[in-house]
Design a protein around this ligand. Structure first.
Ligand code: ATP
Ligand code: MG
Length: 265
């Protein structure tokens, strides 16, 4: 494939939302039954949004995210990135789009043993062919931005879980992505680190104009985001959408809380 593949997607903001889906569904065969963890989901995420997809365990959040990232093709419907059909591109082209312009922030981090913090953060730039000195310079700027200046010469595995998530955020930001997809990035952290990491995630993304799509079942994130979706049994409800089954955020939260308490009994 040519080096120009991401140029097929406009660098500037277009009128369409940055991410849009039209009626996407995923269907799996389990034994002799068909299951649909994501069913007829239509959503729009605008440029620079901090969008939270919230829902109970098993409601289909990660399955939806893998389709939004172009990793898994919907069985029905389409995903658009900057107005272009993501699955209209070849698999190689989608890989290149992700490598250049999409970052993923998971729950737990994987670090390369033989590399220190700076090189681990610079890794996405090495994969894009940047020179070592240029990549390290950029990585150092971001490590400072996320507040790890004092730890800069350590190995990421020596850092606390909260610091590792900050390092992971620096690595997610280093290539100036259009979007960061985060799947429960604070699930393993204590309350104080959750607050710190979330604030840095929100502030740095806003400063760099990056769109965030974050999956969580932590209710605390709802108050931080103006754009949120609620997922329930594979269906997605845009909370601003009047067709959703809840008239307000409180109803949705108390529904989820009562379901979670049921699980505990
Ligand atoms: N490849 C697959 N084959 C069969 N079923 C699947 C497959 N992938 C996901 N599922 C099912 O789809 C449902 C939704 O899974 P998913 O991982 O998307 O949920 P989730 O909302 O991310 O949950 P959690 O909060 O626990 O991470 C689950 O019941 C899961 O077992
Ligand atoms: Mg999940």
């Amino acid at each position: 494939m040519s080096d120009n593949d991401t140029q097929q997607l406009p660098e500037h903001e277009v009128k369409a939302p940055i991410i849009e889906t039209l009626g996407i569904s995923k269907v799996f065969k389990v034994g002799d039954k068909m299951v649909s963890p994501v069913s007829d989901v239509t959503l729009q995420v605008g440029y620079g949004d901090f969008a939270v997809i919230f829902g109970q365990s098993g409601s289909g959040k990660s399955t939806l995210m893998s389709m939004l990232m172009g990793l898994s093709k919907p069985d029905v419907g389409e995903v658009f990135l900057k107005g272009e059909s993501l699955f209209g591109f070849s698999e190689e082209q989608r890989t290149m789009i992700r490598r250049k312009k999409v970052s993923y922030l998971p729950q737990a981090q994987y670090w390369i043993d033989g590399m220190g913090l700076i090189d681990n953060v610079a890794l996405p730039l090495y994969l894009l062919g940047w020179s070592r000195s240029k990549a390290r310079k950029k990585a150092i700027t971001l490590i400072k931005e996320v507040g790890l200046e004092k730890e800069i010469h350590q190995h990421p595995n020596e850092l606390s879980s909260g610091q590792q998530q900050k390092a992971a955020l620096a690595r997610a930001l280093v290539k100036d992505p259009w979007v960061i997809f985060a799947d429960e990035p604070t699930a393993h952290l204590d309350t104080k680190s959750v607050e710190e990491v979330t604030k840095i995630l929100m502030d740095t993304s806003a400063a760099h104009g990056i769109t965030i799509v974050m999956v969580t079942h932590d209710l605390n994130f709802l108050k931080l985001s103006k754009k949120w979706f609620f997922m329930q049994d594979g269906r997605l409800w845009d909370i601003e959408d009047r067709r959703n089954p809840f008239t307000n955020i409180r109803d949705a939260i108390s529904y989820v809380e009562s379901e979670e308490n049921k699980d505990k009994v």
